[in-house]
Design a protein around this ligand. Structure first.
Ligand SMILES: Cc1cc2nc3c(=O)[nH]c(=O)nc-3n(C[C@H](O)[C@H](O)[C@H](O)COP(=O)(O)O)c2cc1C
Length: 186
């Protein structure tokens, strides 16, 4: 029998990303796990108003979403422990500017350059509603059809209740055939 554990916020695990933006013309990078899909063409990046990077995102209305995998987790973690307000995080990673001018982390095998379309303020958070404009991916993580292959590329996940990083799980099945087999049988 399930136990009611109160209003535990249990929307985890979520992918870990490093958000990149220019603040006063200089790159800042911040570790973020509170991200979500809003529609098929928009996502939400939730940032505490106190963070240094927010100012740059609002200045340029552009940010990069750099998806973290195990190969650069240790470096990425630093971006979650230090604020650009107190330290220069511009040299933490190599970076290349995307077409919109957002700094894209070289270490990230998969990254998106996003235009900020809206900001939804709630309490002490600014939730940036973003649209993907450019996606940059290492060829080694793509399917033959040119899409990200999450059997080759494994984003690190984060869960807040126990403050833990997790590995992405194993493949359970191809979704369409999985459902069709199930419907066929029932
Ligand atoms: C695992 C992890 C996940 C985090 N996720 C978020 C998040 O989703 N939103 C947020 O506002 N801060 C988050 N942070 C905190 C920021 O990364 C951290 O405060 C950072 O130093 C802010 O940097 P800045 O001031 O240069 O922007 C997270 C930190 C860690 C360690």
């Amino acid at each position: 029998m399930k136990k009611n554990i109160g209003n535990q916020f249990a929307f985890y695990p979520t992918p870990v990303i490093v958000v990149g933006a220019l603040v006063d013309g200089k790159p800042d990078f911040t570790l973020v796990a509170h991200i979500g899909i809003v529609t098929h063409d928009a996502a939400l990046v939730s940032l505490n108003k106190a963070h240094y990077i927010n100012r740059g995102i609002k200045q340029n209305k552009v940010l990069s979403v750099n998806v973290v995998d195990e190969s650069w987790l240790e470096k990425a973690a630093v971006a979650g422990g230090i604020s650009g307000r107190n330290a220069d995080k511009s040299t933490l990673f190599g970076y290349t500017f995307g077409g919109l001018g957002a700094p894209i982390v070289d270490e990230a095998k998969l990254a998106m350059e996003c235009a900020v379309e809206d900001v939804y303020e709630r309490g002490s958070f600014e939730n940036f509603i973003v649209k993907v404009v450019n996606t940059f991916a290492e060829e080694s993580i793509l399917t033959d059809g040119g899409k990200p292959d999450y059997r080759k590329f494994k984003p690190v996940l984060f869960e807040m209740p126990n403050y833990t990083f997790l590995k992405t799980g194993e493949t359970l099945g191809e979704c369409k055939s999985f459902i069709q087999n199930k419907i066929g049988r029932n």
